[in-house]
Each structure stands twice: as structure tokens, then as C-alpha cells.
Design a protein around this ligand. Structure first.
Ligand code: 9MR
Length: 361
């Protein structure tokens, strides 16, 4: 279980003879610093403890609301996760709501929080069809203007966080289910070449960041993942700086695809990193105990499907707790998709995920 009592640990320290000033300092720390003591005490058996031990990331998408207002949330986030992704704060509509007027506050808050808690940051996302500011979406820009705007967006955003973001989802959700390219502002005006350009610009802005193409419903071997595989192969052959593929992994309980591990492996065999980037496993509500048990198995299987493949960089969940998950708002009648319930109790899914990360489980 993730909760670990910290009292014993503290009392033991204070029972040693210590100078008065130091004793006072320790008492003061004990009064305000309980989460720190408890995170140290439980480090080996937390999700992040297991992930650190394997040299991989266990991440969570973080909303600015809970980050700034819910201390139970940050306690779990900082104890259990060694990586964070901005759920919305680094999307174009959040960063540049009106043209040339930037709002970095929420994105900066997350990056600063991560640095303070020794967490890596995955950047999400630079080029997407959705969450574009209306000045951009409705601006009737020419192809050459759009190219300039996209380059500026990438230079500015990647440049700002240079050295502090270990991986960027450069291109998000570029494909249709049948493997054709999805119609978008970028695809329609610039053609598929926007993908290589975006990757090159991002690489110039931060040569150390791993650059990803990210999508959903590509976890199985299917028409969409085949199309992405072919594009990835082409980009690599052209020397385009593509370093990884992000498998979002928004699953329904009992439906982790049987071909997931083999499918991730074929990308890894190209020399690419693979990451699970947005894992959640939704259940029709109310969730039965059998479904919660199946969800636990699914979390274990999904995480092992990545970690069992060479070059798996880690697993990120799309949230921490059912309290703030995007699932019920999008899939009517579904929810309970994350390892913590709304009251921050660890669900069976926590144990499944933990066992998936623990090489000795
Ligand atoms: O979780 C995000 C939600 O708060 C936003 O309203 C939504 C807007 O499109 O985006 C959600 O995050 C998405 C992510 O950026 C890309 N993959 C799918 C995620 C869930 O919709």
C-alpha cells in the first residue's frame, strides 16, 4: 500500500541525543514536513521507487487546478510519480490565447513544481488539430504564413523550456483510424511535410529533448499503427529527428489489445523509444468488484507491455485520481479509470500497476 506511517521514523531520530537547536529544527520540520518524511520512508515501494530502480519514468498528466488547490493531490503526485505532463497548460490555446500575447503561468508552475520535486517533464503538445486558439483557427492564413507561425510557436515554446523537458509530443493525433492522414489546419494547408518540419524545428530548439509522435488507437497492430509505422520508417530514412512513439492507451476495462507488446516492439526495433503516454482504463459505472479486479490486471498488463520492450522510456497515466479524470465528461456512463479513487484511496489498479513496475513482483 502506498501510505506509510512516518511517526516511528521520526521518533527514532529524536530519541538520539541532539543539540537543542537541532532538536528544535527537527521538531519544526516534523510539524510542517510530514509528507517529505513519509515519501522518504516509503520510497522503495512507491510507483516512483520501482520506476527509478528500473531507470524508467512513471508519469501523470497534471491539471493546474488540482496542482494549485489540492494538497492531497500533490502529496500523492510527488510521492508516486517521477514524471509529469501538463494536461492542458502547454497546448497552443493555453499558451497564446491572443496573437503574440503569451500566458506561461500555468506551464511554468508545473515545470517549477517538477524541478522542486525531482520529476521529469514530458511536453504536450506542439502540433495538434485541437485546442488551437481561435485567432489561429479562424485566421485564414496562407500556407507560408502558417509555416512561419508554426515555426515560431515551436521555437518559442521548446526554447523556453530547453533543458527542462526530457521529451516532447511534437505531433499529436495526425492519423485517421483507417491510416489516412487526418484533416487539420496543418495537414490541409501544409501537407504531411509539416511533420518533418516540426520535428526539425523542435530539435534545433532543444537538441537534448526526445521528440515524439503521439496518438491513440495505435496500441494494437492495425491500419492506424501500420500507417504510423510506415511514416516513422520514412522519417528515419530521411534523417528527420524522430526519437519516439507515444502510445496514448486510453483503454476500456478488459480490452488491452493482445497485440500491444508485439506492436510496440516493431517500433522499438526501428531504434525508436516507445512510451505509454496517457494510460487510463475506463469502467462502466458503477464499477463492480470484478471490474476493479480486471482493471488491476489491465494496468499490470499494459505497463508490462511497454516495460517488456527494449527502449520503453516509461508509462504516463492521464491523471492521478478519478476525482479529476476527463473520462466521465467524454464517455457518458464511464469512469473510475485511474488507480486512485475520488477520496485518494488506492484501488486494486494501484497494486496492478505497482506489480507491473516491480521487476520482482
Ligand atoms: O484531458 C484533457 C482535457 O482536459 C481537455 O479538455 C481535452 C481537450 O481536447 O484534452 C484532454 O487531453 C487529451 C490529450 O491532450 C490528447 N489525447 C487525448 C486526451 C484526452 O482527451
Amino acid at each position: 500500500m502506498p501510505q506509510t506511517p512516518s511517526g516511528t521514523h521520526r521518533r527514532r531520530r529524536l530519541s538520539r541525543p541532539v543539540p537543542l537547536a537541532l532538536a528544535g529544527a527537527l521538531l519544526a520540520t516534523a510539524a510542517v514536513g510530514l509528507p517529505h518524511l513519509s515519501s522518504e520512508a516509503s520510497a522503495a515501494t512507491t510507483l516512483r521507487g520501482y520506476a527509478d530502480g528500473r531507470g524508467v519514468k512513471i508519469g501523470a498528466a497534471v491539471g493546474d487546478g488540482p496542482l494549485t488547490s489540492d494538497s492531497s493531490y500533490t502529496t500523492v503526485l510527488d510521492r508516486e510519480f517521477n514524471s509529469v505532463t501538463a494536461e492542458n497548460a502547454m497546448k497552443w490555446d493555453a499558451l497564446e490565447p491572443s496573437r503574440n500575447s503569451y500566458n506561461w503561468a500555468a506551464a511554468d508552475r508545473l515545470v517549477n513544481h517538477a524541478v522542486a520535486h525531482n520529476q521529469g517533464v514530458r511536453g504536450h503538445t506542439l502540433v495538434w488539430y485541437a485546442q488551437l486558439p481561435s485567432w489561429l483557427k479562424n485566421g485564414n492564413f496562407s500556407a507560408s504564413e502558417l509555416n512561419t507561425l508554426l515555426k515560431k510557436h515551436i521555437d518559442t515554446t521548446v526554447g523556453r523550456y530547453k533543458g527542462r523537458i526530457y521529451a516532447w509530443d511534437v505531433v499529436n493525433e495526425a492519423f485517421n483510424e483507417d491510416g489516412s492522414m487526418r484533416s487539420s489546419l496543418w495537414q490541409d494547408k501544409l501537407g504531411t511535410g509539416y511533420i518533418a518540419n516540426a520535428l526539425r524545428w523542435a530539435h534545433a530548439a532543444d537538441p537534448a529533448a526526445k521528440l515524439y509522435i503521439n496518438d491513440y488507437n495505435i496500441e494494437a497492430d492495425n491500419a492506424k499503427s501500420d500507417a504510423l509505422y510506415n511514416l516513422a520508417k520514412q522519417l528515419l530514412a530521411q534523417g528527420v529527428p524522430l526519437h519516439g512513439i507515444g502510445f496514448q492507451s486510453h483503454f476500456e476495462v478488459g480490452k488491452v489489445p493482445a497485440s500491444m507488446k508485439a506492436n510496440l516492439k516493431r517500433f522499438s526495433d526501428l531504434g525508436l523509444e516507445v512510451s505509454v503516454t496517457e494510460l487510463d482504463i475506463r469502467i462502466p459505472l458503477p464499477a463492480s468488484s470484478a471490474e476493479l479486479a480486471q482493471q488491476s490486471t489491465d494496468y499490470k498488463t499494459a505497463s508490462e507491455n511497454c516495460l517488456g520492450v527494449p527502449r520503453c522510456a516509461g508509462v504516463t497515466l492521464w491523471g492521478v485520481t478519478d476525482k479529476y479524470s476527463w473520462v466521465p465528461g467524454t464517455f457518458s456512463g464511464y469512469g473510475a479509470a485511474l488507480p486512485y479513487n475520488e477520496g485518494y484511496a488506492a484501488k486494486p489498479a494501484y497494486t496492478g500497476l505497482s506489480n507491473g513496475l516491480n521487476p520482482n513482483a
